[in-house]
Design a protein around this ligand. Structure first.
Ligand SMILES: Nc1ncnc2c1ncn2[C@@H]1O[C@H](COP(=O)(O)OP(=O)(O)OP(=O)(O)O)[C@@H](O)[C@H]1O
Ligand SMILES: [Mg+2]
Length: 268
């Protein structure tokens, strides 16, 4: 096993002529939880999409999962390599029961039926997901329930790299704590966690080993957990001034309205 769960080197991504990621460098060792923060539109979700293999982007640079090159692999291979993403806007999959989905994913990983059942039962209990097991994946779940379901799926499938995109947005106060506790439970020597968040609130319950700040498609600052307090004080404008980063040019890509509602399905 390599020391690094996730190793990203000089990753660039663009859509047509719009450059979104402009050379991202990021290392998440096994056993650690890292937080990624940054203003709206800075490229955090794009980083997730590029890692998991959404096809809209032209990509350059390198990303390794446990030392193995990721970006040249198909989406399903990336998943089998141990990469898993919890979505900012979880996808509803009508007609596919959550338990069935977990069983099939477990079989893909070569687990026995007994192993899979035991994992589903344990995580179902821990995340209070029992009543959702026979329902379709994320279908008609409340916003908070969807987020809990995403963390539950991770607990069952045991990824090497867990990328959580705004897992805390839209959650009530208790749910933030529960989801955070779930992330802490996930922490272990065989997984690296990258957690994207806007709020230092969740960092009261999950203590990240490192916090990274993304601006304009680059990681501009990294530090220990104390960085979140500094971010709250300074704001992103303050960071720009301190680090001498120019504000992005006018006319940069705006978020498309569709981004607020749904994730585009992957090409497999
Ligand atoms: N397929 C696309 N086509 C055009 N522009 C895109 C596409 N995907 C992302 N972008 C643009 O890239 C920029 C970064 O978007 P991204 O969703 O990665 O930001 P983010 O840091 O996750 O923001 P937020 O905090 O609001 O979730 C935005 O300006 C967005 O409009
Ligand atoms: Mg985002």
């Amino acid at each position: 096993m390599s020391k690094l769960a996730l190793d990203i080197n000089n990753l660039e991504a663009s859509v047509g002529t719009i450059e979104i990621l402009k050379g991202v460098n990021l290392e998440v060792p096994f056993g650690e939880v890292h937080a990624l923060m940054g203003p709206n539109g800075s490229g955090k979700s794009t980083l997730c999409h590029v890692l998991t293999g959404r096809s809209d982007y032209t990509v350059a640079g390198e990303a390794l999962i446990d030392g193995e090159s990721l970006l040249d692999k198909a989406v399903d291979v990336r998943s089998r390599m141990g990469l898993m993403q919890a979505f900012q806007y979880p996808v509803e999959v009508p007609g596919v029961g959550l338990a069935v989905f977990m069983r099939e994913s477990g079989e893909e990983r070569g687990w026995t039926a007994d192993e899979i059942e035991a994992r589903i039962m344990e995580a179902g209990d821990q995340y209070d997901m029992d009543r959702f097991l026979e329902r379709s994946v994320n279908n008609d779940l409340s916003g908070g329930e969807k987020k809990r379901s995403e963390v539950f799926q991770m607990a069952v499938l045991n990824p090497k790299v867990a990328v959580l995109d705004e897992i805390d947005s839209g959650l009530d106060i208790d749910a933030v704590r529960e989801v955070a506790e779930g992330i802490e439970r996930m922490r272990g020597p065989e997984v690296g966690v990258l957690m994207i968040t806007h709020y230092s609130r969740i960092l009261r319950y999950v203590t990240p080993d490192r916090i990274h700040v993304m601006m304009d498609g680059r990681i501009v600052e990294s530090g220990g957990p104390e960085l979140s307090a500094r971010l709250e004080d300074e704001g992103y404008e303050g960071i720009r001034e301190r680090l001498g980063i120019e504000a992005p040019a006018e006319g940069k890509a705006e978020k498309r309205p569709s981004d607020f509602f749904t994730e585009t399905p992957f090409d497999v």
